[in-house]
Design a protein around this ligand. Structure first.
Ligand SMILES: [Zn+2]
Length: 273
């Protein structure tokens, strides 16, 4: 099982002593944007972009990421750049209304969605959006993957699904934000996936790997022609206890054993399992 306690790349460089906000002096915001701390975060975003492009989670200029860096400030990816080939100097600094404060390239057009998630979920330190094909397939079908199949998925992902709305518009941001209290990974119908982490951008990206690997594995299981085995509810409770200790939300914390045992839709089967 993977751990979220990965090495923090920003571990050696401290954030600004006094948290910044959009009302901080322009000179302080500029100094922050050019600081070693911000540079490190920009490099982390570039690295996550490379991983996503290599794994084919993003195509052309698709996908975007953001990191909370102040009371109402975020570093984010630029528009119209392949996520596989970004440079630290491409990154942008925005306030929580999406106004660009620093950066030469224009910020991503989907920033309002990331900001709406951060505003609604104060624990969201980083957000990641991509179009990984297997998970996006589930999002197009409009179905949340059935649970109780793989322990890692039970612990690290809590998946919800948001209805379609035109990308970049406030209504879409609202629909996504409504889900972030209890879900860290959201399937966007007819679009893709967006995730958030209370840790950092790598952890937000890990949610993308987890949902994509899970959806792909479920499709393999579906082709084998036998009913899948499911983890028993009492053992799911054990996993949920572990999930609480890593501070990931899940509406099932309140569920009874009978509710945890509820049959769910499974790919390729008419009856629920
Ligand atoms: Zn998108």
């Amino acid at each position: 099982m993977a751990s979220s306690n990965h090495q923090k790349k920003g571990g050696k460089i401290s954030p600004p002593a006094k948290p910044l906000s959009s009302k901080s002096p322009k000179s302080a915001l500029k100094a922050f944007f050019n600081s070693a701390y911000a540079q490190n975060l920009k490099e982390q975003i570039c690295e996550m972009g490379r991983r996503q492009w290599q794994r084919e989670y993003v195509d052309a200029n698709g996908g975007n990421m953001a990191i909370r860096v102040g009371e109402d400030l975020a570093l984010c990816t630029p528009a119209s750049v392949s996520k596989g080939f970004m440079k630290p100097e491409d990154m942008c600094l925005v306030d929580f209304e999406g106004n660009q404060i620093a950066g030469d390239k224009p910020r991503t057009s989907e920033i309002l969605m990331h900001l709406a998630m951060m505003k609604r979920q104060p624990r969201a330190m980083a957000t990641c959006h991509a179009h990984p094909p297997y998970a996006t397939g589930f999002a197009i079908a409009g179905v949340v993957p059935p649970r109780r199949m793989i322990p890692e998925y039970e612990i690290y992902a809590t998946v919800g699904i948001a209805p379609y709305h035109t990308p970049g518009q406030p209504e879409m941001s609202r629909l996504i934000a409504e889900l972030v209290d209890e879900h860290n990974t959201i399937l966007m119908t007819n679009h893709g996936v967006v995730s958030w982490s209370h840790l950092d951008i790598e952890d937000a990206y890990f949610k993308m790997e987890i949902i994509e690997a899970y959806c792909r594995t479920l499709l393999v299981t579906a082709q084998l022609g036998v009913p899948p085995k499911k983890i028993a509810p009492e053992l799911v409770v054990e996993l949920l206890k572990r999930k609480k200790t890593v501070h990931i939300p899940d509406p099932r914390y309140r569920w009874t054993h009978a509710e945890l045992a509820r049959p769910e839709w499974f790919p390729g089967r008419k009856e629920k399992i």
